[in-house]
Design a binder for this molecule. Structure first.
Ligand SMILES: [Zn+2]
Length: 450
Protein backbone atom coordinates (compact mmCIF):
# COMPACT_ATOMS: atom_id res chain seq x y z
CA UNK A 1 0.00 0.00 0.00
CA UNK A 2 1.38 3.35 -1.00
CA UNK A 3 2.03 5.61 1.96
CA UNK A 4 -0.67 8.20 2.45
CA UNK A 5 0.27 11.77 3.19
CA UNK A 6 -2.26 13.99 4.82
CA UNK A 7 -2.69 17.28 2.99
CA UNK A 8 -1.84 20.30 5.05
CA UNK A 9 -4.85 21.87 6.68
CA UNK A 10 -5.98 25.28 5.53
CA UNK A 11 -4.72 26.87 8.70
CA UNK A 12 -1.32 25.24 8.35
CA UNK A 13 -1.01 26.54 4.81
CA UNK A 14 -2.14 30.00 5.80
CA UNK A 15 0.41 30.13 8.60
CA UNK A 16 3.13 29.05 6.24
CA UNK A 17 2.13 31.66 3.67
CA UNK A 18 2.02 34.34 6.33
CA UNK A 19 5.54 33.48 7.39
CA UNK A 20 6.74 33.66 3.81
CA UNK A 21 5.03 36.99 3.38
CA UNK A 22 6.61 38.34 6.53
CA UNK A 23 10.02 37.37 5.22
CA UNK A 24 9.36 38.94 1.86
CA UNK A 25 7.73 42.14 2.96
CA UNK A 26 8.41 45.06 5.17
CA UNK A 27 6.19 47.84 6.38
CA UNK A 28 8.52 50.74 5.95
CA UNK A 29 7.21 52.07 2.69
CA UNK A 30 4.91 55.03 2.62
CA UNK A 31 1.34 54.42 1.53
CA UNK A 32 1.85 56.15 -1.77
CA UNK A 33 4.87 54.05 -2.64
CA UNK A 34 4.02 50.78 -0.95
CA UNK A 35 3.45 47.99 -3.39
CA UNK A 36 0.58 45.71 -2.48
CA UNK A 37 1.64 42.28 -1.32
CA UNK A 38 1.86 39.78 -4.16
CA UNK A 39 -1.18 37.55 -4.33
CA UNK A 40 -0.52 34.22 -2.70
CA UNK A 41 -2.42 31.35 -4.22
CA UNK A 42 -3.47 28.72 -1.74
CA UNK A 43 -3.12 25.26 -3.27
CA UNK A 44 -6.56 23.76 -3.48
CA UNK A 45 -7.08 20.46 -1.72
CA UNK A 46 -5.80 17.58 -3.83
CA UNK A 47 -8.33 15.19 -2.45
CA UNK A 48 -11.78 15.39 -1.00
CA UNK A 49 -10.61 14.40 2.46
CA UNK A 50 -11.15 17.92 3.80
CA UNK A 51 -14.82 17.79 3.05
CA UNK A 52 -15.63 14.10 3.04
CA UNK A 53 -16.35 12.08 6.13
CA UNK A 54 -13.14 11.07 7.88
CA UNK A 55 -11.65 7.86 6.60
CA UNK A 56 -10.01 5.49 9.07
CA UNK A 57 -6.52 4.68 7.87
CA UNK A 58 -5.17 1.20 8.55
CA UNK A 59 -2.21 1.26 10.88
CA UNK A 60 1.14 1.20 9.09
CA UNK A 61 3.01 -1.97 10.08
CA UNK A 62 6.33 -1.25 11.75
CA UNK A 63 9.40 -1.83 9.70
CA UNK A 64 11.21 -4.98 10.74
CA UNK A 65 14.52 -3.10 10.86
CA UNK A 66 13.66 0.34 12.26
CA UNK A 67 11.59 1.47 15.16
CA UNK A 68 8.51 3.44 14.23
CA UNK A 69 9.15 7.16 14.18
CA UNK A 70 7.19 8.86 16.92
CA UNK A 71 4.53 11.10 15.46
CA UNK A 72 5.19 14.73 16.25
CA UNK A 73 2.83 16.25 18.78
CA UNK A 74 0.11 18.32 17.21
CA UNK A 75 1.09 21.95 17.44
CA UNK A 76 -1.80 24.37 17.59
CA UNK A 77 -1.64 27.40 15.36
CA UNK A 78 0.16 30.12 17.25
CA UNK A 79 -2.06 32.95 18.42
CA UNK A 80 -1.24 36.26 16.76
CA UNK A 81 1.06 38.32 18.93
CA UNK A 82 -0.52 40.58 21.50
CA UNK A 83 -0.51 44.10 20.11
CA UNK A 84 -1.26 47.32 21.90
CA UNK A 85 -2.41 50.35 19.93
CA UNK A 86 -3.20 53.82 21.20
CA UNK A 87 -5.73 55.71 19.10
CA UNK A 88 -4.81 59.22 20.22
CA UNK A 89 -1.37 60.65 20.96
CA UNK A 90 -0.68 64.39 20.70
CA UNK A 91 3.07 63.94 20.39
CA UNK A 92 3.18 65.28 16.82
CA UNK A 93 3.34 68.92 17.88
CA UNK A 94 6.54 68.45 19.81
CA UNK A 95 8.03 66.57 16.86
CA UNK A 96 7.32 69.54 14.58
CA UNK A 97 7.85 72.50 16.91
CA UNK A 98 10.66 71.30 19.16
CA UNK A 99 12.21 68.87 16.65
CA UNK A 100 12.05 66.18 19.29
CA UNK A 101 13.26 62.87 17.88
CA UNK A 102 11.11 60.06 19.24
CA UNK A 103 13.89 57.56 18.63
CA UNK A 104 15.60 59.12 21.64
CA UNK A 105 14.35 58.90 25.21
CA UNK A 106 12.91 62.34 25.89
CA UNK A 107 13.25 64.03 29.25
CA UNK A 108 9.55 64.77 29.61
CA UNK A 109 6.19 64.10 28.02
CA UNK A 110 4.65 60.67 27.66
CA UNK A 111 5.76 59.09 24.38
CA UNK A 112 8.97 58.12 22.61
CA UNK A 113 10.14 54.89 21.03
CA UNK A 114 12.14 53.62 24.05
CA UNK A 115 9.19 54.14 26.38
CA UNK A 116 6.73 52.69 23.85
CA UNK A 117 8.84 49.55 23.69
CA UNK A 118 9.08 49.32 27.48
CA UNK A 119 5.31 49.57 27.74
CA UNK A 120 4.65 47.15 24.91
CA UNK A 121 2.96 49.87 22.85
CA UNK A 122 3.04 48.57 19.27
CA UNK A 123 2.02 51.90 17.79
CA UNK A 124 -0.96 54.12 17.31
CA UNK A 125 -2.52 57.18 15.81
CA UNK A 126 -0.41 60.34 16.01
CA UNK A 127 -2.70 63.33 16.08
CA UNK A 128 -2.72 66.17 13.60
CA UNK A 129 -4.19 68.85 15.86
CA UNK A 130 -4.20 72.48 14.78
CA UNK A 131 -4.62 75.08 17.50
CA UNK A 132 -7.59 77.14 16.22
CA UNK A 133 -6.57 80.11 18.33
CA UNK A 134 -3.21 80.32 16.59
CA UNK A 135 -3.96 79.11 13.08
CA UNK A 136 -6.95 80.09 10.98
CA UNK A 137 -7.91 79.68 7.33
CA UNK A 138 -5.02 78.89 5.03
CA UNK A 139 -2.60 78.93 7.98
CA UNK A 140 -4.61 76.13 9.63
CA UNK A 141 -4.40 74.02 6.49
CA UNK A 142 -0.65 74.59 6.15
CA UNK A 143 -0.21 73.65 9.79
CA UNK A 144 -2.20 70.44 9.24
CA UNK A 145 0.02 69.54 6.31
CA UNK A 146 3.18 70.26 8.31
CA UNK A 147 2.03 68.03 11.19
CA UNK A 148 1.07 65.25 8.78
CA UNK A 149 4.48 65.42 7.15
CA UNK A 150 6.14 65.35 10.58
CA UNK A 151 4.71 61.87 11.18
CA UNK A 152 5.72 60.73 7.71
CA UNK A 153 9.22 62.12 8.27
CA UNK A 154 9.56 60.20 11.53
CA UNK A 155 8.95 56.94 9.68
CA UNK A 156 11.32 57.95 6.88
CA UNK A 157 14.09 58.90 9.32
CA UNK A 158 13.91 55.65 11.26
CA UNK A 159 12.97 52.92 8.79
CA UNK A 160 14.45 50.24 11.04
CA UNK A 161 12.46 51.34 14.06
CA UNK A 162 9.12 52.56 12.78
CA UNK A 163 6.80 52.32 9.80
CA UNK A 164 4.04 54.52 8.51
CA UNK A 165 0.94 52.33 8.43
CA UNK A 166 -2.46 52.82 6.86
CA UNK A 167 -3.98 49.33 6.99
CA UNK A 168 -4.28 46.49 9.46
CA UNK A 169 -1.85 44.46 7.37
CA UNK A 170 0.67 47.30 7.62
CA UNK A 171 0.27 47.33 11.41
CA UNK A 172 0.71 43.58 11.76
CA UNK A 173 3.73 43.57 9.46
CA UNK A 174 5.33 46.41 11.39
CA UNK A 175 4.80 44.56 14.67
CA UNK A 176 6.10 41.29 13.24
CA UNK A 177 9.28 43.03 12.12
CA UNK A 178 9.76 44.73 15.48
CA UNK A 179 8.88 48.20 14.25
CA UNK A 180 6.51 50.72 15.76
CA UNK A 181 3.36 51.34 13.73
CA UNK A 182 2.77 55.03 13.04
CA UNK A 183 -0.76 55.93 11.99
CA UNK A 184 -2.16 59.41 11.37
CA UNK A 185 -5.43 60.84 12.68
CA UNK A 186 -6.64 64.42 12.15
CA UNK A 187 -8.33 66.05 15.14
CA UNK A 188 -10.94 68.62 14.15
CA UNK A 189 -12.20 69.61 10.71
CA UNK A 190 -11.16 73.20 11.35
CA UNK A 191 -7.77 71.88 10.19
CA UNK A 192 -9.16 71.85 6.65
CA UNK A 193 -8.94 75.64 6.86
CA UNK A 194 -11.98 76.38 4.72
CA UNK A 195 -15.77 76.54 4.73
CA UNK A 196 -15.89 76.02 0.99
CA UNK A 197 -17.50 72.60 0.47
CA UNK A 198 -15.58 71.51 -2.61
CA UNK A 199 -12.24 72.68 -1.25
CA UNK A 200 -12.92 71.06 2.14
CA UNK A 201 -13.68 67.71 0.52
CA UNK A 202 -10.63 68.01 -1.75
CA UNK A 203 -8.45 68.63 1.31
CA UNK A 204 -10.02 65.67 3.06
CA UNK A 205 -8.99 63.53 0.12
CA UNK A 206 -5.49 65.01 0.23
CA UNK A 207 -5.12 64.11 3.91
CA UNK A 208 -6.24 60.58 3.12
CA UNK A 209 -3.68 60.35 0.33
CA UNK A 210 -0.99 61.45 2.78
CA UNK A 211 -1.93 58.59 5.10
CA UNK A 212 -4.52 60.01 7.51
CA UNK A 213 -7.00 57.32 8.47
CA UNK A 214 -9.36 59.15 10.77
CA UNK A 215 -10.87 62.60 11.04
CA UNK A 216 -12.28 63.66 14.39
CA UNK A 217 -15.15 65.78 13.13
CA UNK A 218 -14.57 68.53 15.71
CA UNK A 219 -12.16 69.49 18.44
CA UNK A 220 -13.62 71.60 21.27
CA UNK A 221 -14.88 74.19 18.78
CA UNK A 222 -17.72 74.05 16.23
CA UNK A 223 -16.66 74.07 12.58
CA UNK A 224 -18.12 73.94 9.08
CA UNK A 225 -18.79 70.20 9.33
CA UNK A 226 -20.19 69.65 12.80
CA UNK A 227 -20.95 70.90 16.29
CA UNK A 228 -18.80 70.07 19.29
CA UNK A 229 -19.79 68.85 22.76
CA UNK A 230 -18.13 71.95 24.18
CA UNK A 231 -19.01 74.43 21.41
CA UNK A 232 -21.57 77.19 21.24
CA UNK A 233 -24.39 74.86 20.14
CA UNK A 234 -23.97 71.40 21.64
CA UNK A 235 -27.63 70.74 20.87
CA UNK A 236 -26.81 70.73 17.12
CA UNK A 237 -25.17 68.03 15.02
CA UNK A 238 -23.76 67.62 11.53
CA UNK A 239 -24.08 70.37 8.94
CA UNK A 240 -24.93 69.60 5.31
CA UNK A 241 -21.21 69.72 4.54
CA UNK A 242 -20.59 67.39 7.46
CA UNK A 243 -22.98 64.85 5.97
CA UNK A 244 -21.16 65.06 2.65
CA UNK A 245 -17.85 64.66 4.47
CA UNK A 246 -18.96 61.52 6.31
CA UNK A 247 -20.10 59.99 3.02
CA UNK A 248 -16.78 60.96 1.46
CA UNK A 249 -14.91 59.33 4.35
CA UNK A 250 -17.00 56.18 3.96
CA UNK A 251 -16.08 56.14 0.31
CA UNK A 252 -12.37 56.84 0.87
CA UNK A 253 -11.90 54.40 3.73
CA UNK A 254 -11.31 57.00 6.44
CA UNK A 255 -12.75 56.50 9.91
CA UNK A 256 -15.30 59.04 11.16
CA UNK A 257 -14.10 59.79 14.70
CA UNK A 258 -16.80 61.00 17.09
CA UNK A 259 -14.73 62.03 20.10
CA UNK A 260 -15.21 65.70 21.07
CA UNK A 261 -18.41 66.08 19.02
CA UNK A 262 -21.87 66.83 20.42
CA UNK A 263 -24.22 63.98 21.20
CA UNK A 264 -26.36 65.11 18.28
CA UNK A 265 -23.35 64.96 15.95
CA UNK A 266 -22.60 61.39 17.11
CA UNK A 267 -26.21 60.46 16.46
CA UNK A 268 -26.21 62.11 13.02
CA UNK A 269 -22.99 60.32 12.04
CA UNK A 270 -24.42 56.98 13.14
CA UNK A 271 -27.55 57.70 11.11
CA UNK A 272 -25.66 58.05 7.84
CA UNK A 273 -22.30 56.27 8.13
CA UNK A 274 -22.09 52.99 6.27
CA UNK A 275 -18.86 52.10 8.06
CA UNK A 276 -18.17 51.51 11.75
CA UNK A 277 -17.16 54.66 13.61
CA UNK A 278 -14.57 55.22 16.31
CA UNK A 279 -14.46 57.42 19.38
CA UNK A 280 -10.68 57.80 19.50
CA UNK A 281 -10.44 59.23 23.03
CA UNK A 282 -13.67 59.30 25.05
CA UNK A 283 -14.68 57.91 28.44
CA UNK A 284 -18.08 56.86 29.86
CA UNK A 285 -20.50 59.58 30.96
CA UNK A 286 -22.44 57.19 33.21
CA UNK A 287 -19.37 57.02 35.47
CA UNK A 288 -18.31 60.65 35.12
CA UNK A 289 -20.75 63.35 34.08
CA UNK A 290 -18.69 65.35 31.60
CA UNK A 291 -19.90 66.35 28.14
CA UNK A 292 -16.68 64.97 26.62
CA UNK A 293 -17.70 61.50 27.77
CA UNK A 294 -20.21 59.35 25.91
CA UNK A 295 -23.62 58.36 27.32
CA UNK A 296 -24.65 54.70 27.41
CA UNK A 297 -27.20 55.14 24.62
CA UNK A 298 -24.45 56.25 22.23
CA UNK A 299 -22.00 53.59 23.44
CA UNK A 300 -24.54 50.93 22.46
CA UNK A 301 -25.32 52.55 19.11
CA UNK A 302 -21.62 52.85 18.23
CA UNK A 303 -21.12 49.17 19.11
CA UNK A 304 -24.23 48.10 17.19
CA UNK A 305 -22.67 49.57 14.05
CA UNK A 306 -19.45 47.65 14.60
CA UNK A 307 -17.60 50.63 16.04
CA UNK A 308 -15.49 51.06 19.17
CA UNK A 309 -14.88 53.54 21.97
CA UNK A 310 -11.26 54.07 23.03
CA UNK A 311 -11.22 55.26 26.62
CA UNK A 312 -9.42 58.52 27.37
CA UNK A 313 -6.93 58.47 30.27
CA UNK A 314 -7.44 62.09 31.38
CA UNK A 315 -8.21 62.09 35.13
CA UNK A 316 -10.53 65.09 34.85
CA UNK A 317 -12.69 63.18 32.35
CA UNK A 318 -12.53 59.94 34.34
CA UNK A 319 -13.68 61.66 37.56
CA UNK A 320 -15.85 64.73 37.03
CA UNK A 321 -15.81 65.64 40.73
CA UNK A 322 -12.01 65.59 40.78
CA UNK A 323 -12.00 67.77 37.66
CA UNK A 324 -14.37 70.30 39.24
CA UNK A 325 -12.29 70.40 42.42
CA UNK A 326 -9.08 71.00 40.50
CA UNK A 327 -10.63 73.72 38.34
CA UNK A 328 -11.82 75.42 41.53
CA UNK A 329 -8.25 75.39 42.83
CA UNK A 330 -7.03 76.98 39.62
CA UNK A 331 -9.73 79.67 39.77
CA UNK A 332 -8.88 80.47 43.37
CA UNK A 333 -5.15 80.74 42.63
CA UNK A 334 -5.23 82.04 39.08
CA UNK A 335 -2.15 84.25 39.48
CA UNK A 336 0.05 81.37 40.63
CA UNK A 337 -1.02 79.12 37.75
CA UNK A 338 -0.57 81.99 35.28
CA UNK A 339 2.94 82.56 36.61
CA UNK A 340 3.72 78.88 36.17
CA UNK A 341 2.47 78.88 32.60
CA UNK A 342 4.34 82.08 31.76
CA UNK A 343 7.59 80.27 32.54
CA UNK A 344 6.96 77.97 29.62
CA UNK A 345 4.94 75.35 31.38
CA UNK A 346 1.39 74.78 30.24
CA UNK A 347 -1.55 72.53 30.77
CA UNK A 348 -0.11 70.10 28.27
CA UNK A 349 2.28 67.35 29.14
CA UNK A 350 5.44 69.43 29.31
CA UNK A 351 4.19 71.53 32.20
CA UNK A 352 1.79 68.94 33.48
CA UNK A 353 3.71 67.53 36.41
CA UNK A 354 4.56 70.93 37.86
CA UNK A 355 1.02 72.19 37.31
CA UNK A 356 -0.42 69.13 39.03
CA UNK A 357 2.11 69.47 41.84
CA UNK A 358 1.01 73.08 42.38
CA UNK A 359 -2.66 72.05 42.50
CA UNK A 360 -1.90 69.27 44.98
CA UNK A 361 0.11 71.65 47.15
CA UNK A 362 -2.65 74.24 47.15
CA UNK A 363 -5.37 71.69 47.89
CA UNK A 364 -4.01 68.60 49.66
CA UNK A 365 -7.51 67.09 49.70
CA UNK A 366 -7.32 66.46 45.93
CA UNK A 367 -7.34 62.71 45.35
CA UNK A 368 -5.90 61.74 41.99
CA UNK A 369 -7.85 59.10 40.10
CA UNK A 370 -6.00 55.81 39.76
CA UNK A 371 -5.54 53.20 37.05
CA UNK A 372 -8.40 51.27 38.72
CA UNK A 373 -10.80 54.08 37.76
CA UNK A 374 -9.56 54.00 34.17
CA UNK A 375 -10.25 50.25 34.16
CA UNK A 376 -13.75 50.96 35.53
CA UNK A 377 -14.47 53.04 32.42
CA UNK A 378 -13.18 50.31 30.10
CA UNK A 379 -15.21 47.70 31.98
CA UNK A 380 -18.30 49.91 31.74
CA UNK A 381 -17.95 50.18 27.95
CA UNK A 382 -17.63 46.38 27.76
CA UNK A 383 -20.62 45.83 30.07
CA UNK A 384 -22.89 48.25 28.23
CA UNK A 385 -21.73 47.83 24.64
CA UNK A 386 -20.02 44.44 24.54
CA UNK A 387 -16.46 43.10 24.41
CA UNK A 388 -15.95 44.34 20.85
CA UNK A 389 -16.56 47.96 21.81
CA UNK A 390 -13.68 48.96 24.08
CA UNK A 391 -10.20 50.21 23.21
CA UNK A 392 -7.53 52.62 24.47
CA UNK A 393 -7.07 56.26 23.44
CA UNK A 394 -4.71 57.78 25.99
CA UNK A 395 -4.44 61.42 24.87
CA UNK A 396 -0.74 61.10 25.76
CA UNK A 397 1.16 64.38 25.36
CA UNK A 398 -2.12 66.25 25.06
CA UNK A 399 -3.07 66.12 28.73
CA UNK A 400 -1.26 67.49 31.71
CA UNK A 401 -1.79 64.56 34.03
CA UNK A 402 -2.48 60.85 34.02
CA UNK A 403 -4.05 58.48 36.55
CA UNK A 404 -1.83 57.74 39.55
CA UNK A 405 0.32 54.72 38.78
CA UNK A 406 0.57 55.46 35.06
CA UNK A 407 3.19 58.07 34.25
CA UNK A 408 3.81 57.54 30.54
CA UNK A 409 3.76 54.98 27.72
CA UNK A 410 6.34 52.85 29.54
CA UNK A 411 3.71 52.02 32.19
CA UNK A 412 1.14 50.48 29.85
CA UNK A 413 1.96 47.04 31.18
CA UNK A 414 0.40 48.17 34.45
CA UNK A 415 -2.83 48.94 32.61
CA UNK A 416 -2.88 45.63 30.72
CA UNK A 417 -2.30 43.75 33.98
CA UNK A 418 -5.14 45.67 35.62
CA UNK A 419 -7.49 44.93 32.71
CA UNK A 420 -6.56 41.26 32.87
CA UNK A 421 -7.03 41.12 36.66
CA UNK A 422 -10.54 42.48 36.10
CA UNK A 423 -11.28 39.56 33.79
CA UNK A 424 -11.35 41.70 30.65
CA UNK A 425 -10.11 40.50 27.26
CA UNK A 426 -6.82 42.36 26.95
CA UNK A 427 -6.15 41.26 23.37
CA UNK A 428 -9.30 42.79 21.94
CA UNK A 429 -9.21 45.92 24.09
CA UNK A 430 -5.52 46.61 23.49
CA UNK A 431 -5.64 46.42 19.70
CA UNK A 432 -7.94 43.99 17.92
CA UNK A 433 -11.11 46.07 18.24
CA UNK A 434 -9.36 49.06 16.68
CA UNK A 435 -7.93 46.93 13.88
CA UNK A 436 -11.42 45.58 13.17
CA UNK A 437 -12.79 49.12 12.80
CA UNK A 438 -9.87 50.13 10.57
CA UNK A 439 -10.28 47.02 8.45
CA UNK A 440 -13.98 47.70 8.01
CA UNK A 441 -13.25 51.00 6.24
CA UNK A 442 -11.83 49.26 3.18
CA UNK A 443 -14.07 48.62 0.20
CA UNK A 444 -14.31 44.93 1.09
CA UNK A 445 -14.82 45.65 4.77
CA UNK A 446 -17.99 45.46 6.81
CA UNK A 447 -20.73 47.82 5.71
CA UNK A 448 -23.44 48.68 8.16
CA UNK A 449 -26.86 49.74 6.96
CA UNK A 450 -27.34 53.48 7.50
ZN1 LIG B 1 -8.78 65.66 21.93
Amino acid sequence: MAPLRRPATRSQRATCCSQVLLLLMGCGATPSSAAPPPPVALTPPTSTTETAAPVALPPTPPSPTTAPAPSPPATPDPAPPLLTLDTHMDTTQRMLDAHDDLAQRLADGHVDFPRMREGGLSGGFFSVWVNPRKFRGEAAWQRALALTHAVRALAAQHPDEAALCTTTDDVRRAAASGRIALLIGVEGAHALGTDDPELALARLRELYALGARYLTLTWTNDNALAHASTGAHPELGLTDLGRRAVREMNSLGMIADVSHVSDQTVSDVLDISTRPVLASHSAARALSDNRRNLPDALLTRIAAGGGAVCVNFYPQFLDAAYGAQQRAVVRAHRAEFDALESTGNSSTARGGPSRLALALRLDPTLRRPTVALLVNHVAHVVRVAGPGAACLGSDFDGIGELPAGLDDAADLGVLRDALSARGLDVRTIAAENVLRVLDAQTPSGVRVPP
